[in-house]
Design a protein around this ligand. Structure first.
Ligand SMILES: C[S@@+](CC[C@H](N)C(=O)[O-])C[C@H]1O[C@@H](n2cnc3c(N)ncnc32)[C@H](O)[C@@H]1O
Length: 230
């Protein structure tokens, strides 16, 4: 089964439950706000969200005057997104972010929040996203911070990149784990430039969840790249 179908099957099975968990997760909600702030002002801009889930991450962009398109592998999540947010004028489509049907230089901005780790060939994905970005367009790419795995799993080998399985909120999902050095190398190879790199400190209400004796607010959960096309 190809990776798109695999992701589709995975997220179709748990669409409602995933959306509920995601929209109740303070760290993810803060990440969405930060991603919005990194691309704002967005008035009259064309923004694409890849792996948009139930579409909630698109809302602040649409409410502030952007023309927004959200794509996802899961038809169940796209149906949810259409039901919730179509009246905001957002277009939601089932589409693979590795091979989109958009014309070259369509978008001013692209966001990817915890969605780019489902493909083995990240270079191919980045070339496709660069193709559909306008010149000087920006992309905000959020991936799980690799240090999380060191905290979560005893004896985890930081350097063991590749296909991993990980349980989040009681559901096991596959993803391609990469080190920071690897992300840097793959981004450079795509020809996109790195404008900034962020490791936001989780702002959590007490009591913090403690994993392996380490409170969640003491390490970064997301690694955020702001990329630009020349
Ligand atoms: C962890 S969820 C993140 C969803 C959303 N960005 C959020 O933060 O709530 C990953 C999403 O990526 C989507 N996805 C995975 N592979 C994809 C692909 N090749 N093309 C489009 N979407 C994909 C999944 O269906 C899923 O909705």
């Amino acid at each position: 089964m190809n990776e798109f179908k695999q992701a589709q099957e995975l997220y179709d099975q748990q669409a409602l439950c995933y959306a509920e968990q995601a929209n109740a997760n303070k760290k993810l909600l803060d990440t969405r706000k930060l991603v919005y702030s990194l691309l704002s002002p967005v008035k009259h801009k064309k923004i694409l969200s890849i792996g948009c889930g139930d579409g909630t991450e698109c809302v602040s962009f649409a409410e502030n005057g952007a023309k927004v398109v959200g794509i996802d592998s899961s038809s169940e999540l796209i149906t949810l997104a259409k039901n919730k947010y179509s009246e905001l004028g957002i277009d939601f489509l089932v589409m693979d972010y590795e091979e989109t049907s958009f014309e070259e230089a369509t978008f001013d901005g692209i966001i990817s929040i915890m969605s780019i780790m489902y493909k083995a060939d990240l270079t191919k994905v980045l070339f496709e996203l660069k193709r559909i970005l306008k010149p000087h367009g920006s992309m905000v790419m959020v991936v799980p911070h690799p240090v999380r795995k060191m905290i979560k799993y005893a004896h985890f080998d930081y350097f063991a990149s590749g296909l991993h399985y990980e349980t989040w909120e009681n559901v096991t999902r596959y993803n391609y784990y990469r080190t920071i050095e690897e992300y840097y190398r793959l981004i450079k190879a795509s020809g996109l430039s790195i404008e900034s790199l962020l490791e936001p400190k989780p702002q959590l209400d007490k009591p913090y969840q403690v994993i392996n004796n380490i409170s969640e607010h003491l390490y970064p959960h997301a690694l955020i790249f702001v990329l630009q096309k020349d």
